[in-house]
Design a protein around this ligand. Sequence first.
Ligand code: MN
Length: 189
Amino acid sequence: MKKENSPGAPVLEKYSQKRDPATTPEPEAAVKHSAGEPIFVVQRHDASRLHFDFRLEADGVLKSWAVPKGPSLNPGEKRLAVQVEDHPLDYAGFEGTIPEGNYGAGTVEVWDSGTYTPLEKHRNVTRAIEEGLLEFSLHGRKLKGRFTLVRTRMSGQDKNWLLLKNDDQYAVHRDWEADDFPSHEKMQD
Ligand code: MN
């Protein structure tokens, strides 16, 4: 099995390799832990192709997936989530424009954020991700309740995962598209 970081590879090495701090306003690589509960963030990234970046804090970095259609609260909507390089924790607060010529050029907005709780059996989040299955609860403004990330073997690519909503009190059984909700709109309960 191919892993995101080979043993001994410096943390966030791939993140740094893709970026030149002189030409992008994105945060520089640094391993940090948030003070309280682990955080999650979803960023709307209007790059060459619009997508939503889904990130979960684990071991001082943000484990990251690009979700082309964005997350959904409808349990019937399984969303492709392509695992990408770990990002620094500071990225959770990043909004702005990545200038043309840089990796990921386009605008980034925080679409939702909050804390998350992995299921007890997945408390070691990094290991659960290596094993290809992570179940957790999100405590965001738009995204709440149980979700699952599961690695697929679609096209023989082990970076392809599915992000899906588990059926619970926060599930919505109708069309629910992330891009119908503006980044800075708070959802009402
Ligand atoms: Mn992105």
